[in-house]
Design a protein around this ligand. Structure first.
Ligand SMILES: Cc1cc2nc3c(=O)[nH]c(=O)nc-3n(C[C@H](O)[C@H](O)[C@H](O)COP(=O)(O)OP(=O)(O)OC[C@H]3O[C@@H](n4cnc5c(N)ncnc54)[C@H](O)[C@@H]3O)c2cc1C
Length: 373
C-alpha cells in the first residue's frame, strides 16, 4: 500500500502547517479571550485557498481534493480549533452548494465562501439533533415563493454567515418531507440570538436562529422539493472527515505540548508511565490519521465512503479526547494552568464527539452498513 503523498498534497499540508504555526497557534488563547477569530484570519485562509477546497476552480474554489483538505484541517486545528470549525463548516457548505446548487446559486454563493465569507449549516433544532427527521421548521408555498417559520439551535457562525443552508419541512412527517433552502444574510424575518457561552471552541460563535414569516423566492430551494434529507446525509458523510481531522489536530497539539514538557523535564521523561502514555498517544493519533486518510481517499475516488467516514470520526474523536487526557496526566498539575494550552485543548476536543453526529450515531451508521441494513 502506497502511503506517500502527492507533491501537491505535501505542498498544501506545508502551507497549512506554516499558517497554523505563524498565524494561529501564537494567538489562539487571545482569540479565545476575545471570543472571536478576526475576520482577517479567514481572509488570509481564503487567500491560501483553504475556504472552498472541494469546490471547482471556476467557482473560486481550490479543488485541492479530499486528502489535501483533511491534512490541512488537521494542521489548522492544531493551531486553533475554533478557526478550524469555521473552516470545516464553510468548506462543507461550499461543497453542498457546488454539488446541489443550480448554476445561479453556485455562481452567487461559492465565490463568496471561497473569498473568506462564512457559510452556515442550519440543520439542528432543540428536539432534532441526532434525528433530523423530527424537525419542526416548516416552509410552505405561497405562489412561487416559500414562507419559512421555525427555529434552529447550535448553528456555528450563524451570526456572521453570508449564506445559511437551512433545512425545513415542506411535506409530511419523517425524512422524506424535508427540503433545503439557501438563505442569504440580511433576509428579513431572521432573528439571530446571542452566541452560546460554551465550554470549548469559545472563539467560535454558536447561535440559535429564528425564522418568522420569512419570504424566500422560489429559487432559494436547493435541489428538489423533498430532497433535503439526502443532501444533509451526503454533506455530513463528508463533514465527518473534516471533524475527525479537526479532532486529530487538537490531539496532536496536546501531544506536542506534552512532548515539549517531557523535553524540558528529563526526570519525568525517564519514567516508564510517561513513556507508555507518550507511546499510546502517538499510536492513537497515527491510527486515527490512517482511518481519516482512507475515508478521504475513498471520497476523492468517488467510491462509497460513508461507513469509513463514520469509523474515522468515531475513532479519531474518541481517540483525540483520550490523547488529550493522557497529555494532562503526563504533565500533571501544571497542565491545569491557563498558561499551558492543554486545558484549552481539553475543552475544545470534547465537542468533536458530538457535532456532525455523536459517537452513538457513528456506531449506528457503522453497524447498519456492516449488517447490510
Ligand atoms: C459547538 C457546537 C456547534 C454545533 N454546530 C452545528 C451547526 O453548525 N449546524 C447544526 O445543524 N448543528 C450544530 N450543532 C448541533 C450538533 O450537531 C448536535 O448537538 C448533535 O447532532 C447532537 O444532537 P443533540 O445535541 O440534540 O443531542 P441528542 O440527539 O438529543 O442526543 C443526546 C444523547 O443521546 C444519544 N442518542 C441520540 N439518539 C440515539 C440513538 N438512536 N441511539 C443511541 N444513542 C442516541 C446521543 O448520542 C447523545 O449522547 C452544534 C453543536 C455544538 C455543541
Amino acid at each position: 500500500m502506497d502511503l506517500s503523498l502527492a507533491p501537491a498534497q505535501e505542498a498544501t499540508r506545508s502551507a497549512a502547517r506554516a499558517f497554523a504555526d505563524h498565524e494561529l497557534a501564537p494567538r489562539a488563547a487571545e482569540f479565545e479571550r476575545d471570543e472571536r477569530v478576526p475576520q482577517a484570519i479567514y481572509q488570509k485562509l481564503a487567500e491560501c485557498g483553504f475556504m472552498a477546497m472541494n469546490a471547482p476552480e471556476e467557482l473560486g474554489g481550490s479543488a485541492s481534493g479530499v486528502v489535501a483538505y483533511a491534512l490541512s484541517m488537521m494542521e489548522i486545528a492544531r493551531g486553533c480549533a475554533a478557526t478550524a470549525v469555521t473552516m470545516a463548516v464553510t468548506n462543507m457548505v461550499g461543497e453542498v452548494i457546488a454539488r446541489f446548487g443550480d448554476d445561479a446559486q453556485r455562481r452567487r454563493f461559492c465565490p463568496l465562501l471561497a473569498g473568506g465569507r462564512h457559510g452556515a449549516f442550519a440543520l439542528s433544532e432543540v428536539d432534532a439533533g441526532s434525528d433530523p427527521g423530527g424537525m419542526r421548521t416548516r416552509a410552505v408555498r405561497d405562489g412561487d415563493d416559500w414562507i419559512l417559520d421555525g427555529t434552529k439551535q447550535w448553528i456555528s457562525h450563524g451570526d456572521s454567515s453570508a449564506v445559511l443552508v437551512v433545512w425545513a419541512r415542506t411535506g409530511g412527517e419523517g425524512p422524506k418531507g424535508l427540503s433545503c433552502f439557501l438563505v442569504p444574510e440580511g433576509t428579513p424575518g431572521l432573528e439571530i440570538d446571542k452566541h452560546e457561552d460554551k465550554m470549548g471552541l469559545r472563539a467560535s460563535h454558536t447561535c440559535a436562529l429564528a425564522f418568522s414569516d420569512m419570504r424566500l423566492p422560489g429559487d432559494a430551494l436547493l435541489g428538489e422539493v423533498g430532497g433535503g434529507f439526502p443532501i444533509a446525509m451526503m454533506a455530513l458523510d463528508g463533514g465527518r472527515i473534516g471533524i475527525a481531522s479537526q479532532a486529530l489536530g487538537i490531539g496532536q497539539a496536546a501531544h506536542d505540548a506534552a512532548l515539549a514538557y517531557l523535553k524540558a523535564h528529563p526526570e519525568r521523561a525517564a519514567e516508564q508511565d510517561a513513556q507508555f502514555l507518550l507511546a499510546d498517544m502517538r499510536a492513537q493519533l497515527d491510527t486515527g490519521r490512517l482511518l481519516v486518510l482512507r475515508a478521504a481517499l475513498l471520497k476523492e475516488r468517488h467510491q462509497p465512503f460513508s461507513r469509513e467516514a463514520s469509523m474515522a470520526k468515531l475513532h479519531a474523536t474518541e481517540g483525540a479526547f483520550r490523547v488529550t487526557q493522557m497529555a494532562l496526566s503526563l504533565v500533571g498539575a501544571e497542565a491545569e494552568s491557563a498558561a499551558m494550552p492543554l486545558e484549552r485543548h481539553m475543552r475544545d476536543v470534547r465537542v468533536t464527539r458530538i457535532y456532525e453526529g455523536t459517537s452513538e450515531v457513528q456506531r449506528i451508521v457503522i453497524a447498519r452498513h456492516t449488517l447490510g441494513a
